[in-house]
Unconditional design. Structure first.
Length: 169
């Protein structure tokens, strides 16, 4: 076991996933790191990511900038897909194919992004694992600001992910 794996084994699972997501952002996609997403829940039913209401991601109307909302929505489904890919043990490449957003209200507090398509994502990854073809799957993400609006959505997203089993390295 590598030293990094030993150190990570002492960190609670959700914090470990948050650290890994932010590290991925820092080294690969700096905009993810700038938004600083926190994984609140990642289980067989849902993935929930929170972005804190901070000055650096606000717009001129004192709400979260739509780009930050889009990053968090993409991360919510992306984390769920990446976890299923990792659990599959296969070398599968992931790209996002398209993105649709409906902004319903201004996000003016900490915002939570929820994807409940985890069972479908798991089946999708299993299907890709047993195929040599590129496959696509849309998933839904709902954003809420519980402090301001309770369970009422502030935005709804539909993101399509495209996966293909890669040749072994």
């Amino acid at each position: 076991m590598a030293i990094a794996d030993k150190l990570l084994s002492f960190i609670p699972e959700l914090l470990r996933y948050t650290v890994l997501l932010r590290a991925f952002g820092f080294f690969q996609v700096p905009l993810i790191f700038a938004v600083r997403p926190t994984i609140v829940c990642l289980d067989e039913n849902q993935c929930v990511i929170k972005i804190a209401f901070r000055r650096k991601i606000k717009n001129h109307l004192n709400s979260i900038y739509f780009g930050a909302l889009a990053i968090a929505a993409e991360c919510t489904g992306g984390v769920a897909v990446m976890k299923e890919i990792q659990d599959s043990g296969e070398n599968i490449s992931l790209v996002f194919k398209d993105f649709h957003a409906d902004f319903l209200k201004r996000a003016e507090s900490d915002t939570y992004f929820t994807c409940t398509d985890i069972a479908a994502i798991k089946l999708f990854v299993e299907n890709v694992k047993n195929s040599d073809e590129r496959k696509e799957m849309p998933f839904d993400v709902v954003a809420t600001c519980p402090d301001k609006f309770g369970d009422e959505p502030v935005a709804k997203f539909r993101v399509t992910v495209s996966l293909k089993r890669s040749a072994s390295p």
